[in-house]
Ligand binder design. Sequence first.
Ligand code: AMP
Length: 311
Amino acid sequence: MSITVVGSIAFDTVDTPFGGRERMLGGAATHFALAASFFDHVRIVGPVGDDFGEAELDVLRTRGSSIDDVERVTGGKTFFWEGKYGWDLNTRETIDTQLNVFEHFEPKLSDESRACEVLFLANIQPGLQLDVRQQCADARFVALDSMDLWIDIARDELLEVISRIDCLILNDEELRQLTQRPNLVSAAREVLARGPSIIVAKQGEHGAALITKDEFFALPAYPLETVVDPTGAGDTFAGGFVGYISRQLAGGLSSDVLRNAMAYGTALASFNVEGFGTDTVRELSASAIRQRVEDLWRLTRFDHLAVELAE
Ligand code: AMP
């Protein structure tokens, strides 16, 4: 299957307790594509400025991803984001967001990108996500990510696009913010009633939970002792999750397929946070991913050993 992704392609400046980086390659679509390209052919849609060089385009091309729909805007500046992490990396403050070339971007997808079977609407203005959703009318599986900024300033548009997707992937606090429900399960149920059939609530270092009409499945994050830079962890998770689903879509989305997709997303996200920006996932091997999924499975599986309980 082929996967089309639209979302930010960015320069990121980050400050973490382990050091910082200025204007490193980032963006939701970038992190997603690096992970999803392990599973299927990815086409990246989005604009960049003329400050975006060949070296950055080469990273987007990793594992054969297509950049035919990455539009070079002459005289424009690439999306810029700056964030600062707290001492335990659990809190993040956005210092600056500059939409730049995304401000007037009108996506015109090539026939190949429109014909995708799987579509990922990575984090960007909901209006752009909606536009791309409409262009990829035949996609069989559509997933979406967003963030607090868009819930704050473009909630109605975001709800409109959410009503036209299969799977919503959000941080759990954003899910509560979107639905204005304090309880995660009831927040997820509210979104299920609006159209999507799968909700993934990302919970940072605590892992992620999958909620459908019939099931609730939670997987912890892979236990790492050293986390360097969490930027892009959510998008890398989404790349592993959606990439795995893309490979299995022909056989149907059983509970086992969805659980395995969670494991691949979790494993890939754990590699992402071990280095700055795109450094780790760019260089990763397929065997390292496989090994980590197996470790995760060993760490989390158990057999039910029942005992007599007092009445
Ligand atoms: P994550 O850590 O998975 O939430 O994603 C971080 C990435 O999201 C960074 O590489 C940023 O460039 C990108 N990003 C930050 N803010 C926004 C925004 N408002 N819209 C789109 N992408 C963003």
